[in-house]
Design a protein around this ligand. Structure first.
Ligand SMILES: [Zn+2]
Length: 291
């Protein structure tokens, strides 16, 4: 068995549904997960339009990376896909239809746990076709100001992440940079237990501003781990929950490539740099395959 799942391509055993509100739009939507045949990959289907439109989770369809990952095809968007993408790939599913009656995936509990539980309920079926693991074949990296993201060859999947944020001094005369660090070998079981439950990050001082920009309209304090001026506000699921959520977002973004083997090292990186690194990895892989 490979480190990322079955020796065969897989799909879910039965259809399952979930209804909730989108993180950024604040609008309700219903998502239904359906089994799919081998070679389908992960396909989102907008069923709220006059004709259903399919938006595949492939690199060419990556749209906006403004605080979330959106997919877009022929002007039709599916927003905030990263949490369900991470859950699908790390629950060992290669082929699935994600039918959605709105523009944005429901946020669930703010983490990927809602979708992990939904996929567990759906069960897993093996299909009699071999999967294709994407390997990082040589080091690739992207750098923007003080943020860096590096991918190295590795037999399994490992993520090393440094999350940086400002912490204001008690006298309010300036701030210090606080950090959280996580180095984790990702397996299906580790993902479900240590990464999937980490909730969306909210910075207390930004909440009004981003809602004025029309973002995070569907978030409540229960669905986010809030970072205030002197540290976390409210309860946390992990002492480094924000860092773990950044790892979740990274895994959700690289899941666009499917099963990936590599060691990813992120320092303050986010969605747009995640998209850059998968373009670099996919470019190398296409060259290797002669595409
Ligand atoms: Zn996220």
């Amino acid at each position: 068995m490979s480190k990322t799942g079955s020796n065969w391509q897989t799909t879910i055993s039965k259809s399952v549904s979930y209804e909730g509100v989108g993180l950024h739009t604040g609008k309700p939507s219903r998502v239904t997960l359906l089994p799919a045949s081998s070679g389908t990959g992960i396909c989102f289907e907008r069923c709220d339009l006059p004709e259903p439109i399919t938006v595949s989770a492939v690199m060419a369809n990556i749209g906006s990376s403004r605080r979330a990952t959106d997919l877009q095809c022929d002007g039709i968007a599916v927003r905030t896909v990263e949490h369900i993408m991470a859950a699908i790939v790390w629950c060992g599913i290669d082929n699935i239809i994600v039918r959605l009656d709105g523009e944005e995936l429901p946020l669930g509990d703010g983490s990927a746990l809602t979708y992990v539980n939904l996929l567990d309920a759906a069960g897993l079926t093996e299909l009699h076709e071999r999967p294709c693991d994407i390997r990082v074949t040589h080091p690739v990296w992207t750098t923007r100001d003080e943020s860096h993201l590096i991918a190295l060859p590795y037999e399994g999947c490992r993520v090393t992440f440094l999350f940086l944020h400002r912490r204001f001094r008690p006298d309010r005369k300036g701030s210090d940079t606080e950090s959280e660090y996580l180095d984790i070998e990702v397996t299906r079981e580790v993902f479900a237990r240590k990464i999937a439950p980490a909730r969306t990050i909210g910075f207390e001082w930004e909440l009004d501003t981003i809602q004025e920009q029309g973002l995070a309209l569907g978030a409540t304090l229960d669905q986010a781990v809030i970072i205030g001026k002197t540290g976390y506000v409210g309860d946390t699921r992990f002492c480094d929950e924000a860092c773990r959520h950044k790892v979740l977002d990274l895994l959700g973004d690289i899941a666009i490539l499917g099963r990936v083997r590599g060691h990813f090292i992120g320092i303050g990186s986010g969605h747009s740099m995640n998209h850059e690194i998968i373009r670099l990895i996919a470019g190398d892989w296409d060259v290797k395959r002669g595409v």
